[in-house]
Design a protein around this ligand. Structure first.
Ligand code: BGC
Length: 788
């Protein structure tokens, strides 16, 4: 726990920040990382991403791009040839603001001018950014600085949290949101985001599940690639594009006991089959940078792990971009007891493959590259070749970001770039598409001619918590005026109705003193909307919980509303799957809205009143209780599958094995049926592909959305295969009575798997079971054979 005094404010705190504007321009390009995998084994995994990639153009490096990369290469080489060792080391260190209220401060300006740092974290506002860039341009070689920030689910227009976006199962819309985020952030001068976070997790106690796409590698891969393409476009030198970072490499989501920053330890096959695919998909989509994880894997801290950072990332995946450490994580190698000194920490990190140290405070004990790299080079412990190669990566990043051609940010674009009508419309659409209807006992949708609505609960009129964690630095308290709460969304949706509000309790709900007012409001209204959930600060970094129920007395508040006997619905805002207990069993309607962002209140109203059909599906299982964790649909088989009539089978005495709500689950206001499962082949060779199709029909009376999901399972393999594994999906909107044939493709990369031999990817002969449904449970069944 060595957090510097410069550590930025907690993600949930919204601070008054400096706001302003910017622009860049120039070069067009795609990173070298867009090149395909080198080995046949790796390309098998690439096939998974290929399904998603097939829908999205732009992954192939064009001849023009190749020429540009070549030209960047010669410019970089020429610059490296003129740099001193100190200037080279400067490029490998990241600093942060040193002045009051997030301003640059003289220390930062001086170190940038002298070439001691090459990148800056957490500085926002175009005036600040241009001031620092002017100083960088005064350095001996005029090398610009690149400014990085956590732009996770929006910059000023805040979209639903990533777990919510994943619930949309709509990579195209997710890509669009990332593109809008890039447009807003770059207007302020930020050219580098530390996103997408793609850590697969089976443990909702871990607070960071909110930042990712849930428990599944296939869905996670689609979301990862979509975000990279949204941020970077076809080249992040464009004024409104930015470099993306896939993080946290690797397998951070497997922290033991769901405890933040804890150990991860797993088999090779689990690492490769479950946790690595989304990182690989992001790299294949051209992610410019990769961030190493705070955690250790199999006894080696990721920040010093050559197997992850060099063998897998560089050698197998042919990643050609920049690797950045996590926040002061190089120095933390000492806290691990892995390095015995700061110098050894720097040596271990750079030789393992960490290009840039996110030291933030420079110089300090946290900037080990600044302090020790020169000595390590002079003593021969770190080679000049390593330094030169790393500096090339950083300079290439800056060239690709267009910073050499256009280092300064246009102060005008920000005046019109943020919170545009189109961005807000996209935020409203995504919030609606991310909502998952968990229960509905004929209560929803509400009638728009309703005479009165009571809106109660801690999240009902709470713009700050509604945004969720990971709102960027610089998002000011005044920005909250653009947030539409559920209360205001409902007022706008039913302007003729009497809408009353009673909070009941705050989000921690330690006191029931406001319950009476909420109950009175419910009694007086035709229907009550209870908006419950977690405070934003309960999820995100450093926010693990051992109890993932509704906080405090929130369940009692809902029970008090239920006891009125009047109709009510529950809307949830939270950053993780919750154990809902009584609420899951009793709420007549339960809508999971996640933290829905700026337009969340309008989107909740859209869904409650039936303007939008809730078509989202869970990207993560909701356990019944914490004792079931880790929990996921894609577990491996056991030799003693649960059998209620046999005690000696794999189960609990006190709770079923099944989750409260499974992965892929979500209701709609209409009903769907699937029929006519058709496989294009009964057998294929190991290198063959086939298509799987089925007819989806809207059998209800209103238009609605469903997500067709394709799962497979194979027995008789050399490594046990998950009982089910997602291998394809498509979200569909159908009018009442409409039928659509959905066709999904299975390629070797989807059918094969990694063994415990490092890097070995195999497709094995045998029978493959196919399931097509709209959840990870049930569905149509078929089979095909892979021949030897
Ligand atoms: C987090 C990263 C983040 C970095 C910079 C760290 O504490 O783990 O996800 O990108 O800070 O803000």
């Amino acid at each position: 726990m060595k957090r510097s005094p410069l550590r930025r404010p907690g993600a949930a705190q919204i601070v008054s920040g400096v706001t302003v504007l910017g622009v860049v321009a120039a070069l067009a390009v795609v990173t070298a990382a867009a090149a395909g995998p080198a080995s046949g084994k790796a390309s098998g995994l690439g096939g998974q991403a290929a399904l998603a990639a097939a829908q999205r153009p732009g992954t192939t490096v064009s001849a023009a791009t190749s020429r540009q990369l070549a030209s960047v290469g010669s410019q970089v080489d020429s610059l490296v040839g003129r740099m001193t060792l100190a200037e080279k080391i400067g490029q490998l260190e990241m600093s942060g603001p040193t002045g009051p209220n997030g301003t640059p401060g003289q220390t930062l300006l001086d170190e940038v001018r002298s070439g001691e740092v090459g990148s800056v974290l957490d500085l926002v506002g175009v005036a600040n950014i241009n001031q620092v860039q002017q100083a960088a341009l005064q350095s001996r070689l005029h090398i610009p600085v690149i400014f990085g920030l956590d732009v996770i689910h929006g910059y000023k227009t805040i979209f639903p949290v990533p777990l919510g976006e994943a619930s949309s199962w709509d990579p195209t819309a997710v890509r669009n949101d990332a593109s809008i985020s890039a447009s807003e952030a770059t207007a302020d001068g930020i050219k580098w985001t530390f996103n997408p976070m793609v850590d697969v997790s089976r443990d909702p106690r871990w607070g960071r599940v909110v930042e990712g796409s849930g428990e599944d590698p296939f869905l996670g891969s689609a979301m990862a690639a979509a975000k990279v393409r949204g941020y970077q476009g076809s080249g992040f030198s464009a004024p409104d594009k930015m470099a993306a970072t896939v993080k946290h490499f690797g397998a951070y989501g497997a922290v033991q006991a769901g405890r933040e920053y804890n150990t991860t330890d797993m088999s090779e096959q689990q690492l490769r089959n479950l946790y690595l695919p989304p990182y690989k998909a992001a790299v294949d989509a051209g992610a410019a940078t990769v961030m190493s994880s705070f955690t250790s894997l199999n006894g080696v801290p990721d920040t010093a792990n050559p197997y992850l950072l060099t063998t897998i990332l560089r050698d197998e995946w042919q990643f050609g971009g920049t690797v950045i450490s996590d926040y002061q994580a190089v120095q933390e190698l000492e806290a691990f007891g892995y390095a015995t000194s700061g110098a050894e920490a720097a040596q271990l990190a750079i030789t393992a493959g960490v290009t840039i140290e996110m030291g933030v405070q420079v110089p300090s004990q946290f900037s080990t590259y600044t302090l020790y790299l020169a000595g390590l080079v002079n003593s021969g412990k770190v080679s000049m070749a390593t330094i030169n190669s790393d500096v090339r990566h950083v300079l290439t990043l800056k060239y690709l970001a267009g910073l050499f051609a256009h280092p300064l940010t246009d102060p005008n674009r920000v005046k019109t770039a943020e919170l545009t009508p189109a961005s807000l419309a996209a935020a409203r659409t995504m919030a609606g598409r991310s909502m998952v209807l968990l229960n509905n006992n004929h209560v929803l949708p509400l009638n728009t001619s309703v005479s009165s609505v009571a809106v109660v609960g801690p999240l009902a009129d709470n713009p700050s918590d509604q945004l969720g964690p990971d709102v960027p630095i610089g998002y000011a308290a005044s920005d909250l005026t653009s947030v539409v709460s559920v209360l205001n969304g409902i007022k706008a949706a039913v302007p003729h109705a009497t809408v009353t509000y009673a909070q009941g309790c705050d989000a921690t709900c330690t006191s029931a003193s406001g319950f009476d007012a909420a109950v009175s409001a419910a009694k007086a209204a035709a229907v009550t909307v209870v908006v419950a959930g977690e405070p934003a600060s309960y999820s995100g970094e450093a926010s693990s919980r051992s109890d993932i129920g509704l906080p405090g007395q929130q369940t009692a508040l809902i029970q008090a509303i239920a006891a009125t006997g009047k109709p009510y619905v529950v809307v949830l805002m939270n950053g993780r799957p919750l154990t809902l207990g009584w609420v899951a069993d009793n709420a007549p309607a339960l809508l999971e809205a996640w933290f829905p962002g700026t337009e969340g209140g309008n989107a909740v109203a859209d869904v409650l009143f039936g303007k939008v059909d809730p078509g989202g599906k869970l990207p993560m299982s909701f356990p019944r209780n914490v004792g079931q964790i880790p929990i996921s649909y894609n577990e491996l088989p056991t030799g003693r599958p649960a059998d209620p009539s046999n005690k000696y089978t794999s189960k609990y005495l006190d709770v079923p094995n099944t989750p409260q709500y499974p992965f892929g689950y979500g209701l709609s206001y209409t009903t769907f049926s699937l029929s006519n499962l058709h496989l294009s082949a009964g057998s294929i060779s190991r290198s063959g592909s086939l298509t799987v199709s089925a007819d989806l029909t809207n059998t209800g009376t209103v238009a609605g959305d469903d997500v067709v999901q394709l799962y497979i399972h194979q027995d008789g393999t050399t490594i046990l295969q998950p009982v089910r594994r997602l291998d394809g999906f498509q979200r569909v909107t159908l009018a009442p009575g409409q039928t659509k044939t959905i066709t999904l493709t299975l390629s070797p990369g989807d059918i094969g798997f990694y063994t415990n031999t490092p890097g070995q990817f195999v497709v094995e002969p045998g029978t493959v079971d196919v399931y097509v449904g709209d959840s990870s449970v049930g569905g149509l069944q078929g089979q095909f054979t892979v021949t030897g």
